[in-house]
Design a protein around this ligand. Structure first.
Ligand code: AMP
Length: 237
């Protein structure tokens, strides 16, 4: 993905290796369907940093039927948040891996105040972190979630109207038949949004004074949003 501005400033691993002390940490906050996952993947790839998507990690655990997968499935299929201690253990283990030394992009974590505080214990003072807060009108979120289709094999996501696969119902990347995520069904979405309002929304206030909070109007074309994200992280570079 082209971004001459970012590369010219040397915000690329090979050109400008970072030490753990000045690692880049980016958090994506926002309700389900706001476009966090897509933008986080794009940003992580541009910055050559690992993207840590907790929803994705949990879906992989379910697909592999691991003990963690068995534990979290009942929460996820009903649109509930998975208990904090499971998420904290998952993220603690992941960010201890060497590829996170230069920083990471978090997608879907933290989602509660307990998780936010736990992240600080693992990762230090959040003052230099960039926290993107995606805002999208509720009606648009519902449209995005109901049209979202997902590849159960490689976890790529598409949208029937906004980002359809090249061949109907088939993943562009691996050819697997696309499905609707069980938690994107209308009956489950309402609870996910309620969980967001009650448990994740307070993080906006929490980070406003603790980190560099950047509000993002997510109701715009993907490329426009991405450009804004790049500008925000490059200030930090
Ligand atoms: P996502 O793919 O980010 O929309 O996450 C899908 C589901 O995974 C959520 O509805 C939760 O059930 C679970 N999940 C993902 N991340 C977290 C988290 N940080 N805390 C609690 N549950 C989570």
């Amino acid at each position: 993905m082209a971004s001459p501005a970012g590369e010219a400033r040397g915000f690329v691993a090979a050109a400008n290796p970072r030490t753990p002390a000045d690692a880049v940490r980016v958090i994506f906050l926002g309700p389900p369907g706001a476009g966090k996952g897509t933008q986080a993947a794009r940003l992580a790839s541009h910055l050559a940093l690992p993207k840590i998507g907790t929803g994705e990690m949990l879906r992989t655990a379910i697909a592999r039927n691991t003990p963690l997968g068995q534990q979290v499935h009942p929460f996820m299929e009903t649109g509930n948040l998975v208990p904090d201690h499971l998420l904290l253990a998952l993220v603690r283990e992941r960010i201890a891996e060497p590829d996170c030394d230069r920083g990471f992009v978090l997608d879907g974590f933290p989602r509660t105040l307990t998780q936010a505080r736990g992240l600080e214990e693992m990762s230090g003072d959040p003052r230099a972190w960039v926290v993107f807060d995606f805002e999208v009108p509720r009606a648009e979120l519902m449209l995005r979630l109901s049209g979202r289709r997902w590849c159960p094999s490689c976890q790529a996501t598409f949208h029937l109207l906004n980002d359809p696969p090249k061949k109907p119902d088939l993943c562009d990347l691996c050819g697997t038949t696309l499905v609707q995520r069980e938690d994107d069904h209308e009956s489950v979405v309402a609870l996910r949004l309620q969980q967001y309002d009650e448990r994740t929304f307070p993080l906006i206030e929490y980070y406003r004074t603790r980190a560099r909070m950047v509000p993002i109007d997510g109701h715009r074309p993907m490329d426009v949003v991405f450009k804004e994200l790049l500008e925000a992280v490059e200030v930090r570079a």
